[in-house]
Design a protein around this ligand. Sequence first.
Ligand SMILES: [Zn+2]
Length: 249
Amino acid sequence: MKSKTKYGLPNKLITCKVCVMTNQKPHSINETKNKKNSKKKGLDFNDDGICAACQYAITKKNNIDWSFREQTLENLLKKYRKNDGSYDCLVPGSGGKDSMFAAYLLKYKYNMNPLTVTFSPIQYTDVGWKNLRAWIDIGGFDNILFSPNGKIVKILAREAFLNLLHPMQPFKFGIKTFAVKEAIKNNIDLIFYGEPYAEYGSESIKTISTPNYSQDWYEGKNKSAFLGGKDLSYYQKKYNLKKKNFHLF
Ligand SMILES: [Zn+2]
């Protein structure tokens, strides 16, 4: 019997020889392009049956010249470091291990003065809240916590769940765009996001040496972004919302 899969995920199940993750694990994608019927990609495998995340782990161990990478980082920081007490870089994060660690190294190892910003999730777990407070109180960072309009967030999360099976999708828009908006507001020209998608196999090994986001990731091609899998006119009509209700996303 031929089994059926949803969202265009692969029909034949493969598991990674190293970590046993399956090829049905969806790729992280440019969410501005994510629509209900767009074909979703699964985790990539090489001919030896090893998943992209494990390939990246091997690459990190064997194929990256870390002292060259550090020198490149030093040169970058030198260009942006400020010594007048103002913030010289911005680290968006929720209190998870990647953004916390990046902020910690920037401040305590590389003598930078990072501002951390947080775009609130729909609901905090006790552990999530504790982690965020630990970042601020124990890590010793200034943080701007922003909580978007709960009524709008609920609508978007529901639509994203129904259309994409991905209720966190609007939140992913928020965490990216909020960082940029706050950087501009605070006159900061350098932003460090957390771990690259390659860590969990959602990015090609070939592009990881230039881990930058293009403008495309923030607004979609020709400024036609989809939110929760739908364009803005859908929300304007169905929920009688205005364009200004979406400026954060
Ligand atoms: Zn693997």
